[in-house]
Design a protein around this ligand. Structure first.
Ligand SMILES: [Zn+2]
Length: 276
């Protein structure tokens, strides 16, 4: 699933490719992608004649800002965007097509069909799902050690699911949580509210550094993920923990173990990340 660095890359690519383009019509061939409004024809009609101003990101969501409308898009497992000339053959699993008045199209393809789109009036998106209860942006100035530690101390759960649930901090998913916990030497099954001040500071720094490095590398290419231009991110070559079960830890040489935490495959070094 694309996480903050991958969505950031898609955002940048889309800004380069579709900002300034005017929508002439929309075709939806899989209704369940469109979560708001409930009526698909209403969704298509509302977007007609509107121009894309720019694309922004909130957590793992894309916010496609149009004149007087905001389209919130979540790629979930395998959603991806591509820009094509209107005559080009439409690939299988393409579910939504935004037809522009310049003869090009923005196509949304999603093999797993888990992606979502919500259409709002400007600023309405902050008051309703899916954006209304999101935590702080980890690469913003609002993400301070103090605020992070205070939020974590209120959570009575294992640390990994708390970092995944998007209420404390947004944008990190299974890959970058495993990386950040390893970098900070914290076991994924430690209770979120029981770290020391020094550990909260270390974890905070690891989250920021991991995400920053991954954004600079254009994200990771995990399974089918490519950015909006069909380019692969490069950060998978820098992953120290995710997907490396059975291989030696880069710090101590102990073999990396894989377990399941909150239903998610979880990688950790049993020596560097002690549970107690
Ligand atoms: Zn180790």
């Amino acid at each position: 699933m694309p996480e903050l660095p991958e969505v950031e890359t898609v955002k940048r690519t889309l800004n380069a490719l579709v900002a300034g383009k005017k929508i002439e019509g929309v075709t939806v061939s899989l209704g369940r992608i469109i979560q708001r409004p409930a009526d698909i024809d209403q969704f298509c009609d509302a977007l007609k004649g509107h121009t894309i101003q720019r694309v922004e990101r909130r957590g793992k969501f894309l916010r496609i800002l149009l004149d007087d409308l905001v389209l919130v898009s979540h790629l979930r497992m395998e959603g991806r965007y591509g820009v094509f000339a209107s005559g080009e053959p439409v690939e299988k699993h393409t579910h939504v097509i935004f037809h522009f008045d310049d003869g090009t199209e923005l196509r949304y393809k999603d093999v797993r069909q888990f992606g979502t789109m919500h259409l709002f009036k400007p600023d309405e998106e902050w008051t309703l799902p899916p954006l209304h209860k999101l935590g702080v942006e980890p690469l913003s100035g609002d993400f301070t050690v103090e605020r992070f530690a205070a939020a974590m101390r209120k959570r009575r759960s294992f640390i990994k699911p708390v970092l995944l649930n998007q209420h404390v901090v947004v944008g990190i998913g299974n890959i970058y949580v495993d990386e950040a916990l390893f970098r900070s030497g914290i076991h994924p099954l430690r209770p979120a509210d029981h770290l020391s001040d020094e550990e909260y500071a270390r974890l905070h720094a690891a989250i920021v550094a991991t995400l920053q490095e991954a954004v600079e590398a254009g994200g990771s290419s995990i399974k089918s993920y490519v950015n909006g231009q069909g380019e692969m991110g490069m950060f998978q070559h820098q992953l120290q923990m995710y997907g490396r079960e059975g291989q030696p830890c880069i710090h101590c040489g102990t073999l990396i173990e894989k377990t399941v935490v909150g239903g998610r495959g979880t990688h950790y070094c049993p020596l560097c990340q002690q549970q107690s």
